[in-house]
Design a protein around this ligand. Structure first.
Ligand code: PMP
Ligand code: GLN
Length: 390
């Protein structure tokens, strides 16, 4: 066939196939299993936020292309949210960009900032889209490996990894999949390195409101960091509307201008009516955020206990709605094979962390379970997993 003599897929995307989340969700559907794989809640977010979306839709707000940077109401609400929680100030007109989820903010940031040959240091295990987006630009990902049981980054190793090709540090705290949350002291050291070596920082903070131990600290708030940091977040996790795909980037105007340049040619704009609803969600009272976190802490404890009871080695997360485990106690080593067989063995789906590592040996036997599900669903999953003991 004409034009088919070379491989269809751009070489840079070799090996990226189907995302593990899609693969495992399809497996859950096919087998009728309890899906603790892909991280999406089985209960929608607040009713008043859902109603706000319906109202916007009915009133004809956002049904046509919204403004490129996002509707002003949402940009102002994002700015107010950053001031309210972190005492950070961003100009809604020039320093905030609304995106199609954090996913597009990640892609646009990478496309805007990276040239082929640049190096990007990111925590390994990598959230899947980081590796793919870096690859699409022709830049190179450089892993800073987080090792069990604590998954704390080795900051001396970070210093050793930085070199003249390093363009940016791609941070993620709270960290998916390990649940590691960077401490204020770690952030201080990372910030000092970024300044000393003059590198940019892109920080993915989508789990900012899901921290169980201590609290979330945005690196942008540290001295000297505002002008070199792009902070990313999203409504999906905080308000339990992962399907709406409303995310945002916040940074100094020149950085946001760069990201917007790329973003314009990806989706241009998205999620018109949902932007109005998220603007209202960001103004929910403190009690909403406290209850959201407390509810997830209970679910974490429930699943943690269930997984231990079933025989897993469990690494308790400080944040996110994921628990990473190790299957070594079952005498098994291959997380991917384990996850593929789990529906048949127990009727449960999980995600193999092994696919998030460049070094196949390090995370080979790690398996991630999400706990953003109803308590009876978590109990049912725990009961089913007891079969592994047999
Ligand atoms: N970053 C991390 C660490 C995530 O876990 C996710 C999944 N929500 C995303 C980014 C993507 O967020 P969104 O759904 O808003 O695109
Ligand atoms: N962030 C979700 C997770 O980690 C998945 C989102 C997606 O499927 N891209 O499970």
């Amino acid at each position: 066939m004409a034009g088919m003599t070379r491989p269809l897929l751009n070489r840079r995307l070799d090996g990226f196939g189907t995302t593990i989340f899609a693969e495992m969700s399809a497996l859950a559907t096919r087998t009728g299993s309890v899906n603790l794989g892909q991280g999406f809640p089985d209960t929608d977010g607040p009713e008043e936020v859902r109603e706000a979306a319906v109202r916007a839709l009915r009133d004809g707000r956002g049904n046509q292309y919204p403004p490129g940077p996002g509707i002003p109401e949402l940009r102002t609400a994002i700015s107010d949210h950053q001031r309210r929680f972190y005492d950070l100030s961003f100009d809604p007109d020039t320093e905030i960009l609304v995106t199609a989820g954090a996913t597009e903010a990640i892609a646009a940031s990478m496309l805007a900032l990276l040239e082929p040959g640049d190096e990007v240091i990111a925590f390994e295990p990598f959230y899947d889209s980081y590796a793919a987006c870096i690859a699409m630009t022709g830049a190179k990902r450089v892993p800073l490996t987080l090792r069990a049981p604590s998954f704390r980054p080795d900051l001396e190793e970070l210093r050793a990894l930085i070199n003249s090709k390093t363009r940016l540090l791609l941070l993620n705290s709270p960290h998916n999949p390990t649940g590691m949350v960077l401490t204020a002291e770690e952030l201080r050291v990372i910030a000092a390195l970024a300044i000393e070596y003059d590198v940019l920082v892109v920080t993915d903070e989508v789990y900012e409101h899901v921290v169980f131990e201590g609290s979330h600290h945005p690196i942008a708030a540290l001295p000297g960091m505002r002008e070199r940091t792009i902070s990313l977040s999203s409504a999906g996790k905080t308000f339990s509307f992962t399907g709406w795909k409303v995310g945002w980037a916040m940074a100094d105007a020149p950085l946001i201008t760069a990201v917007r340049t790329a973003k314009q040619y990806l989706t241009y704009v998205s999620a018109g009516p949902f932007q109005y609803a998220v603007a209202e969600a960001l103004r929910l009272p403190d009690a909403y955020f406290a209850e959201f976190r407390a509810g997830l802490r209970r679910k974490r404890d429930l699943l943690d206990e269930g997984l231990r009871g079933a025989g897993f080695e469990v690494y308790e997360p400080q944040g996110t709605y994921f628990i990473t485990t190790d299957i070594a106690p079952f005498g098994e080593k291959d997380a991917y094979a384990f996850c593929r067989s789990l529906p048949e063995r127990c009727g449960v789906v999980a995600v193999p962390n092994s696919v998030f590592y460049d070094d196949p040996d390090v995370g080979h036997s790690q398996v991630r379970f999400t706990f953003c599900k109803k308590e009876d669903v978590l109990q049912e999953a725990a009961a089913r997993l007891q079969r592994l003991r047999a």
